[in-house]
Design a binder for this molecule. Structure first.
Ligand code: NAP
Ligand code: GLV
Length: 312
């Protein structure tokens, strides 16, 4: 492995110049190629990507590592990446804190009935809704990874009655950890606010569907910050219409940007944000990328490498 790395950058969302400046300030020898075009793909050691370039990475025959520009990796289309190369996610405490703040803000929005007051305002109605103590408000977090566990801990510290759901068993002080479909169904029946922070995999695609909404306590609210592919959009609209869901805050969508004629835009029970719950930027998040470039050059294992077979 050569000591000077060549990095190929491709993203429709992130600023290549800002990333190049930040990475080269720390690693002056770094050769930085901005995609999607690449004249000498065989020279590239590391791909730093939000998504794969249209031509894929098959011609990148010297590739040693793929670094995601996101905490999620589904957008990389793992199946179409060259097999065997390690893939790492972008994880950073500052970014995690951004997700925690987003979930705290949206949980408080529903907890303090701001969605109900918004609909009162639209009808010029003036009446009180008795407050509920946070300790009586049940929050269920789907996914207890880097982000989900930080969100669950922060909400438990705020006094909410929190439980979390993950694939494998966990013991975390402050909240109850659940596994399996039976436990999920039971928890949904008592849940006031549901937060989705799962990765998008073959097992989790479409999980937020008619069946799950049927299991939910009537009037519960949803915070959807995982991926658009988790949600069956027509089932959400139906659950809002029949009162099963009281409202939803959506940050991620099946198609982004959300098409102009999409029914979500004008729905009175929906609050939408443009995939900003955790926005990464080179100033905040380059340290981990720089460390993973160093590790690749030195032949060491990457930080926050995913298990490719599990898809997250
Ligand atoms: P992570 O560390 O990989 O954790 C994923 C969690 O989901 C783990 O607890 C895992 O269980 C659980 N899980 C996976 N498959 C499951 C299944 N079939 N059933 C039950 N639980 C399952 O991921 P993270 O860093 O917390 O991020 C989660 C997701 O947030 C990302 O993948 C991405 O989609 C999304 N995200 C959104 C934004 C945004 O701006 N909206 C930003 C960043 C990330 P185990 O612990 O048992 O493995
Ligand atoms: C954003 O969605 C990310 O995966 O970091």
């Amino acid at each position: 492995m050569k000591q000077q790395a060549t990095i190929f950058f491709h993203s429709e969302l992130d600023d290549p110049q800002a990333w190049q400046a930040t990475l080269q300030a720390a690693l002056p020898q770094l050769c930085f190629i901005t995609g999607p075009k690449c004249d000498a793909p065989e020279e590239v050691d590391i791909a730093l990507l939000w998504t794969q370039p249209p031509q894929g990475l098959q011609a990148f025959t010297g590739l040693r590592a793929v670094l995601s520009l996101g905490a999620g990796v589904d957008q990389l289309r793992l199946d179409a990446l060259p097999p065997g190369e390690p893939v790492a996610r972008l994880i950073d405490q500052t970014l995690t804190q951004r997700m925690v703040e987003y979930c705290q803000a949206t949980t408080l929005y529903f907890h303090r009935h701001l969605h109900l007051h918004a609909s009162q305002q639209a009808r010029q109605q003036w009446y009180f809704i008795p407050p509920v103590n946070a300790s009586a408000r049940r929050v269920l977090v789907l996914g207890l990874g880097e982000l989900g566990s930080a969100v669950a801990k922060a909400l438990a510290r705020q006094g909410f009655d929190v439980s979390g759901w993950s694939r494998t068993a966990k013991l975390v002080p402050g909240f109850v950890c659940l596994q399996g479909e039976v436990a999920l169904q039971k928890a949904l029946g008592g849940c006031d606010i549901l937060i989705n922070l799962l990765p998008l995999t073959a097992q989790t695609r479409g999980l937020l569907d008619h069946r799950l909404f049927e299991w939910l306590k009537t009037g519960a609210c949803l915070v959807q910050v995982g991926r658009g592919g988790h949600l069956v959009e027509d089932d959400l609209l139906e659950a809002l219409a029949d009162g099963r869901l009281g409202g939803a805050f959506l940050d991620v969508f099946a198609v982004e940007p959300l098409p102009a004629d999409h029914p979500f835009w004008a729905h009175p029970q929906l609050r939408l944000t443009p995939h900003v719950a955790l926005l990464s930027d080179p100033v905040q998040s380059a340290a981990m990328v720089i460390e993973n470039i160093r590790r690749t050059v030195q032949g060491q294992p990457l930080l926050h490498a995913i298990k490719r077979a599990s898809g997250y």
